[in-house]
Design a protein around this ligand. Structure first.
Ligand code: NDP
Length: 453
């Protein structure tokens, strides 16, 4: 069969763009269809703009802490519109770069939603055109989930709208206790909003080491964020004048001017025509794939959040590159999902790699825990009561470091480097043999001598 393209990619986010660029650069005829903007969630409405907002929100604290070092910052004020306009300019720049790089590699960009008609044909909804491809890569990403059983759910926004608010809200109520809820709570609080976070479980950040999660909540509360646990929204009402009233399962009512859903994301598989092509889904709606990202159809693959594996940009990029090796270079390549480092850009931030204490205890016969819980040097003058917590989870038999968990300033930067050592199979003894770098907070990582458990 002669097709219009060797590869048709649905979705120009992190995973799709990587695969499309590599395939096009290798000489394949590649098209990539995108219904929103090239760059996908990470660049347009995720990691990148989020981090810019995090930076913005950290200044209030820096101004406060600077006083202990002799500074007097008077007349500081914040302008939301300036931040959003500057953020948008940077996102436009990155969007332009993505487009330029795709075109330079030789890929055709199609500004349209693409749906499958059969296993080799896609229909472009913008103009109704049909295109055929020898291979198809589904990289359609995920979208925020909203609990539609909650009355008035449509009065709340998601992370998509949060990046384009007309003004900084005075009172924000956030549903959820995961990455997005915790990060945006810190952003709004840092910028001066009153923030309430409503989480359904016992402790926020489920899946993270429990001590780190508890510390994160304690730090949020110390910064003035109210965290309500074991509660969900039951109803959202329009309180007039842009205000919102949120009724909770506990019977409490909260007044706010922004209600924010951050209760997870769902793979973008609806209405893509996957069933027409014979592509099987998992019960949770994600595209089912094998370790080489192959779907139930031999020439159709899927990468990134649409597959419901690990929803992180670097994973999608790695999956896109592995797909290219597998499908275009006859070099079957699978992504290694062990010891993936991750960060929550909360305030203070969290960095983590490897097993939590609970996961390690479930897997290893003997687990040793080392902990450093200290006041970083900076706060001896800053006046802040913030402490830093570092935790090493070690296999008591082999001495291998199974996990490293940090909450405190620069934790994500530390964890990126530590992840290399953990990936290489570093032992606690090798931590001990490493000379400390003084004076840093990170030196505590190589100075933990006493087992705590
Ligand atoms: P998460 O999965 O991190 O968190 C979802 C939160 O919503 C959890 O606290 C969950 O509770 C809660 N929840 C789920 N369903 C409901 C419901 N019906 N009612 C009330 N609460 C509910 O999702 P996010 O949306 O925060 O982020 C999505 C993904 O994006 C993350 O998992 C991560 O992979 C990625 N991401 C990564 C970032 C980073 O690397 N820094 C930043 C942002 C996102 P429970 O724990 O009880 O299930």
């Amino acid at each position: 069969m002669i097709c219009d393209y060797d590869l048709f990619v649905i979705g120009a986010g992190s995973g799709g763009v990587r695969a499309a660029r590599l395939a096009a650069a290798s000489g394949a005829r590649v098209a990539v269809a995108e219904e929103h903007r090239v760059g996908g969630t990470c660049v347009i409405r995720g990691c990148v703009p989020k981090k810019l907002l995090v930076y913005a929100s950290e200044f209030s604290r820096a101004f406060r802490e600077s006083e202990g070092f002799g500074w007097r910052v008077t007349g500081a004020s914040f302008d939301w519109k300036t931040l959003i306009a500057n953020k948008d300019r940077e996102i436009d720049r990155l969007n332009g770069l993505y487009i330029k790089n795709l075109r330079a590699a030789g890929a055709e960009i199609i500004d349209s939603r693409a749906v499958l008609e059969d296993a080799h044909t896609v229909r472009l909804l913008a103009d109704g055109r049909r295109a055929t491809a020898a291979r198809i890569l589904v990289a359609a990403g995920a979208r925020p989930f909203v609990d539609e059983t909650c009355l008035g759910h449509e009065l709340g926004v998601t992370s998509i709208e949060a990046f384009h608010l007309e003004r900084l809200p005075e009172h924000v109520v956030i549903a959820g206790g995961g990455y997005i809820a915790v990060e945006f709570a810190g952003v709004f609080r840092g910028l001066g909003s009153h923030v309430t976070l409503v989480y359904r479980g016992d402790e926020i950040l489920r899946g993270f080491d429990s001590e780190i999660a508890a510390r994160a909540r304690a730090e949020m509360e110390r910064s003035g964020i109210r965290v309500i646990r074991k509660a969900v929204f039951t109803r959202i009402e329009d309180a007039g004048g842009g205000g919102r009233r949120v009724l909770l399962s506990t019977g409490e009512t909260l007044e706010s001017d922004l209600v924010f859903w951050a209760v997870g994301r769902r793979p973008n598989t609806e209405g893509l025509g996957l069933e027409k092509a014979g592509v099987a889904l998992r019960p949770d709606g994600a595209v089912a794939v094998d370790p080489w990202s192959k779907t139930s159809v031999d020439h159709i693959h899927a990468v990134g959040d649409v597959t419901g594996r690990i929803a992180l940009t670097p994973i999608a990029i790695r999956e896109g590159a592995a797909y290219f090796e597998t499908a275009f270079r006859n070099n079957p390549t699978r992504v290694d999902y062990e010891n993936v480092p991750t960060a929550v850009f909360s305030q203070p931030p969290i960095g983590t790699v490897g097993l939590t204490e609970a996961q390690a205890r479930a897997r290893a016969a003997k687990v040793d825990i080392y902990r450093a819980d200290f006041r970083p040097m900076k706060h001896s003058l800053s006046g802040s009561a913030e402490r830093m917590l570092m935790k090493l989870v070690v296999d008591g038999d082999s001495d291998r470091v199974l996990g490293v968990h940090i909450i405190g300033e620069d934790a994500p930067e530390m964890i990126q480097c530590l992840a290399i050592a953990v990936k290489m199979g570093v032992t606690k003894r090798q931590f001990d043999e490493t000379i400390a770098l003084h004076p840093t907070a990170a030196e505590e990582l190589v100075l933990m001598r006493e087992k705590c458990a």
